[in-house]
Design a protein around this ligand. Structure first.
Ligand SMILES: [Zn+2]
Length: 106
């Protein structure tokens, strides 16, 4: 080990914030990856909404077959379910299960 390298290592130990910077970096990476995953989920939901527009079922909740309120579509244009169905799904049945249920019914 060169003296220079040793000095670098020693001075690093004297500055524990270096370690903090590292964990900060990986935290940011985690946020970035997490955000990316959310973006993919959102993208799928938007594409799904576009398919419903094509199919003429956009704005109709597949859970209760009632129109989704324009206010909700204003806030979440890719919303698939009305608020009450969305809450029902969030509280128990997953969206995938709901999709299979819908497919079985059609
Ligand atoms: Zn509904």
């Amino acid at each position: 080990m060169s003296a220079q390298k040793a000095t670098q290592l020693l001075s690093r130990e004297e500055h524990p914030h270096d370690e903090g910077d590292l964990s900060q970096q990986s935290h940011e990476e985690w946020i970035f990856l997490n955000r990316n995953t959310l973006d993919m989920k959102l993208l799928r939901e938007v594409l799904d909404a576009l398919r419903r527009i094509d199919g003429g079922t956009y704005g109709i909740c597949p859970g209760c077959e009632e129109p989704i309120s324009p206010k909700r579509l204003d806030a979440v244009p890719w919303a698939k379910f009305c608020v009450s169905c969305q809450e029902r799904i969030a509280s128990g049945i997953s969206l995938e299960e709901e999709d299979r249920y819908q497919e079985a019914r059609q």
